[in-house]
Design a protein around this ligand. Structure first.
Ligand SMILES: Cc1ncc(COP(=O)(O)O)c(C=O)c1O
Length: 369
């Protein structure tokens, strides 16, 4: 079966550098929050631009919660976010004690719709958390305007969009604070859990560094109630290697997406938009089609690991159904979840595999329509 993503192929592609990095950490005898994390934080920040600060944490969900806690948001403070995201976005908001509210998506970007955000802003709204879903940048300029008008904080969830850009500017640098997951399947993924926070203010970064380790100051006195969300040295060392290849790997993803888009352009399906002024990180290649279950079964019978991302929007999970404001009025999200289908996408996907996937899709349309 050709998988939809393949972290082991990423390891194999960069094996000798990763093996060296692992050995370096094992030999160092220092395994959590050390030199590798320090250097990775600096490299991650400068990858995104000048005068930025990055803080390594244990995973992306914690990164989201810590961003909100760092902003001193908590009980009673509402954060508007899309329901079309990983459950983790909403779990992170609730982990911080905040209240999520859902806005709908824009069908052309599949990201949170600025118009829907405007409709949802209420008396308790304190922040907007856009998600650059599948690697597609959300409409950050419009979102920042809305935030300014209503005096709201913005935290970008960049977990699926490491390296994506709008007009030459990296996502994660539009808001003052951004959260990233470095879970193995991500465009910048380790071999275990990991997360990053990117911010403009040194003071904010220092605050997060304290919160991630029991709220300690330099004398190891807890000056605020914190928790344990440390990044380990092995993940940081591996992520340092992966960061060097990120731009190149994202280019490979985009080339595959272009090939898919060209092949599928005349089919009765919706293909991802590859806008000229943007760099799509192409974390997942997702099409929309009315008969996607039949097409998925056909692809799977030809050893192609087509799948659903996600099978349910967050408001459709029993843990979140009927209790989150806005969840009963998400028509574009609901429609998307009847039609979405993910095709294999990762930098190491071979030309032969891409051509096999394309011809299997085209054959299905020739036979069925
Ligand atoms: C959009 C989004 N936000 C947040 C997360 C949370 O990341 P993690 O699994 O590292 O906690 C993920 C990853 O699953 C994600 O895709």
């Amino acid at each position: 079966m050709i998988p939809f993503g393949d972290p082991s192929a990423s390891y194999q592609a960069h094996k000798s550098e990763i093996d060296q990095a692992i050995r370096r950490v094992l030999d160092s005898g220092w395994y959590v929050l050390g030199t590798e994390v320090d250097v990775f934080e600096k490299e991650f920040a400068s990858f995104h631009g000048k005068d930025l600060h990055a803080v390594g944490v244990a995973n992306g969900t914690d990164a989201i919660a810590l961003c909100l806690r760092g902003l001193a948001l908590g009980t009673g403070d509402e954060v508007i976010t899309p329901s079309h995201t990983a459950v983790a976005t909403v779990a992170g908001i609730e982990q911080a004690g905040c209240t999520p509210a859902f806005a709908d998506i824009d069908p052309s970007t599949r990201c949170i719709s600025p118009d829907s955000i405007k409709e949802r802003v209420g008396g308790n709204t304190r922040a907007i958390m856009p998600v650059h879903i599948y690697g597609q940048p959300a409409e950050m300029n419009r979102i920042l305007e809305i935030a300014k008008a209503h005096k709201l904080a913005v935290v970008e969830d960049c977990s699926q969009a490491h390296g994506a850009e709008i007009d030459g500017k990296k996502v994660g640098t539009f808001a003052d604070i951004s959260a990233y997951s470095c879970y193995p399947t991500k465009n910048l993924g380790g071999t275990g859990d990991g997360g990053m926070i990117l911010c403009r203010s040194k003071e904010f970064a220092e605050k997060i560094k304290s919160l991630r380790q029991y709220g300690w100051n330099e004398a190891r006195e807890s000056i605020t109630p914190g928790f344990n969300s440390r990044l380990d040295e092995l993940q940081a060392a591996i992520l340092r290697v992966k960061l060097q290849h990120l731009a190149d790997d994202n280019d490979k993803r985009r080339k595959i997406a272009l090939r898919y888009n060209q092949a599928f352009q005349d089919l009765p399906i919706t293909i991802p938009a590859l806008n000229e002024n943007e760099l799509h990180a192409m974390h997942l290649y997702v099409i929309e089609y009315d008969r996607r279950n039949e097409l998925m079964a056909h692809l799977r019978s030809h050893q192609i690991g087509a799948s659903l991302h996600y099978p349910l929007a967050v408001h459709q999970h029993s843990a979140y159904a009927h209790r989150i404001r806005g969840g009963n009025n998400l028509p574009f999200t609901d429609l998307f979840y009847q039609r979405n289908l993910t095709l294999p996408m990762y930098p190491e996907l071979s030309n032969d595999a891409v051509e096999h996937i394309i011809s299997t899709v085209l054959n299905w349309f020739q036979e069925k329509n």
